[in-house]
Design a protein around this ligand. Sequence first.
Ligand code: BTN
Length: 247
Amino acid sequence: MSFEIIIEKGVCVIHFDKVDSTNSKAKQTALLGYDSPMLFIADCQTAGRGRLGRSFYSPDSTGLYMSYLYKPQTALSDGVAVTCAASVAVALAIEELTDLKPAIKWVNDIFVDGRKVCGILSESVTDKDGVTSIVVGIGININTQDFPEDLKNIAGSLKTNLNRELLAEVIIKHLTRFIETMPERKFIEPYKKRSMVLGKQIVFTANGKSSVATAIDIDNNGGLVVKLGEHSIMTLSTGEISVKIEE
Ligand code: BTN
């Protein structure tokens, strides 16, 4: 493993050729202490992590694997909303730099042409002095062509030769804007606009039980508001359930 440190538009960027997980590196750094936001980028990850304990396939030089580390200025519950903000930041960056039309599958997967091209894993970590940091981990398949057997039917890539550093820069531009204006929730409307679940029938699993519902809204914390039957409405909060769009 080797790395270089660059200061890019006021953000300290640590670039690894190979690392276990940029999220893990960011969390370790948070525990050691740091002054201003940092961005960890890797050419490849040997133990990329996804949500719900899954791994994230991160082959060499075909994707963007990055983690943004910062100290939130507002309520910790915003740490959940930042995941939605990150989805919108990624979608906006893809739209800005390509002709593609990304869609967001709740909570924070980005799809292009029916295939998942990006996953986001936000984590929080509190140091010994009680200072909490948030790590927003983003993995994008830029031009990955061969996926392992278990991902072949789900995963896809942007299929472009998009410059990775430029993509990272545009994502961070949008993400930092959303973080700085977090109480205004400026990302919720653009999130809804790109949602591929709103208005659709979904199947969700909670406490081991599957239910069918209609996705009707996204609330200010990024929760998915669903309608069950005629009269029952409930909000699914991030991280607790999995959602499938019915075929
Ligand atoms: C998911 O699809 O469940 C989330 C995947 C998140 C992957 C990114 S890649 C960069 C960062 N480092 C990790 O180990 N995970 C995130």
